[in-house]
Design a protein around this ligand. Structure first.
Ligand code: NAI
Length: 387
């Protein structure tokens, strides 16, 4: 395990000075598209590929949603022109590849094998996986010293953090270049040690789990969301699941369950939502309903849901074990945050990062944990002092 942990300072790198000039993105779904937009905003050329031609066809339309804040039409056109769609082979002249295909080991492994003929000795290849250990992926990647985890967070435009995760075979030069490149995208790189879920998804998983558990205990969707927002979170945990996509939450959850079986639970509510294709915002409905214009707004930054989804309520009613709602909003908010804080402590004890400040910072700039509370661990320790 590479033990180096650092948070690089911001620099004035511009693409013209950086190692990376052209970025290849594999997977034009939610994250691939957001990462493409981020690169175009920062003047990098992007070549993007998706095995689903329908996803490729809509790249420029979706980029326009993602870049809707750019008022100057020429500027917007320049950004759109920087992004080209095409075949996998056309990624061969990229300096850096960001793989953002579905969160399944077998799919990623098969893709790495297919990509083998297009790899060059100087090409950096990264994966945006949320949870799959980088060591495991690097074992099936043909050029492991050039391979690393590079985890952007959703929504990319509004999350300053990017996790950089080496395997034992990733070269130091690759880590440094990824760090420099992150800064030129105005993101803060946090180099963390490899483990399932890294830092951000280890923090997120128990928080989402706790929310699903509250639903089973008969607490209403509204109370859960209100409690989290009252605590200071921008989005409640149910909204977060809608935004991420229930298929991705479930696939990531499987890796987490394998790794942390003592504390990760499988919620029948989540499984039923996926089975019924209620995948969240990208499908028009999850815990929330996204209105009749949802298709045109999957990437719009300020688009808001219409309200809670009655079909999700039916799923919850079917599975919930009790009608009791004996929890106050304060208790719900406290319990949700404590689930995250307890995991933050384990992350620190497992040496995934070297300092408390890093895990707190990851929660604040990676998950929008309230800045006023200075991160889950800082908050937990203050809570303990009160007792
Ligand atoms: P998504 O389901 O929106 O998009 C995945 C895309 O990959 C689809 O367009 C699909 O057609 C394409 N694809 C599947 N197999 C492929 C292949 N062999 N070659 C090329 N394209 C292929 O998923 P999303 O949410 O964009 O997730 C992508 C990755 O990013 C996953 O590893 C996920 O864990 C990670 N991630 C997701 C976040 C989220 O909030 N959704 C946040 C951070 C990371």
């Amino acid at each position: 395990m590479v033990s180096q942990n650092f948070m690089a300072k911001k620099s004035n790198l511009t693409p013209s000075f950086s190692y990376v000039q052209k970025v290849g993105i594999i997977g034009a779904g939610l994250m691939g598209l957001e990462i493409a937009a981020l690169n175009a905003r920062n003047h990098f050329s992007v070549q993007i590929f998706d095995s689903n031609s329908a996803m490729l066809r809509t790249v420029h339309k979706r980029l326009k949603e993602e870049l809707a804040d750019i008022e100057d039409e020429n500027q917007l056109q320049e950004m759109l022109d920087l992004v080209e769609t095409g075949t996998l082979e056309e990624l061969a002249d990229c300096d850096l590849i960001i793989e953002a295909v579905v969160e399944k080991f077998e799919v990623k492994a098969a893709l790495y094998e297919t990509f083998k003929p297009f790899l060059r000795p100087n090409m950096i290849f990264t994966t945006n996986t949320s949870t799959i250990p980088i060591e495991k992926l690097s074992e099936v990647f043909p050029l492991p010293r050039n391979f690393a985890g590079f985890h952007f967070l959703h929504p990319v435009w509004n999350r300053e953090l990017v996790e950089v995760i080496p395997s034992t075979r990733t070269s130091e030069a690759v880590l440094q270049r990824l760090s420099d490149y992150s800064l030129s995208l105005e993101k803060t790189p946090l180099c963390v040690c490899d483990c399932p879920g890294f830092v951000v998804n280890r923090l997120l998983q128990p928080y989402l789990n706790e929310a699903l558990d509250f639903l089973l205990k008969g607490v209403s969707m509204e109370s859960i969301e209100k409690a989290a927002v009252n605590f200071g979170m921008t989005w409640g945990p149910l909204r977060i699941m809608d935004e991420i996509g229930f298929d991705t939450v479930m696939n990531a959850g499987k890796t987490m369950l394998n790794a942390y079986a003592d504390r990760v639970k499988v919620s029948p509510i989540l499984l039923t939502m996926v089975k019924k294709k209620m995948l969240g915002r990208k499908a028009g409905g999850g815990f929330y309903l996204w209105g009749k214009d949802w298709r045109e707004n999957v990437h719009s930054h300020d688009f808001q849901p219409e309200g809670f989804n009655p079909a999700a309520q039916e799923v919850i009613d079917y599975w919930k074990k009790t009608d009791e709602t004996k929890y106050s909003l304060n208790e719900i908010g406290h319990q949700l945050a404590m689930a995250m804080a307890d995991e933050a402590e384990r992350i620190l004890n497992d040496d995934v990062v070297s300092e408390q400040g890093q895990v707190d910072m990851a929660a604040v700039i990676g998950l929008a944990f309230p800045e006023s509370k200075r991160g889950p661990l800082a908050w937990k320790y203050r809570e303990m002092e009160k007792k």
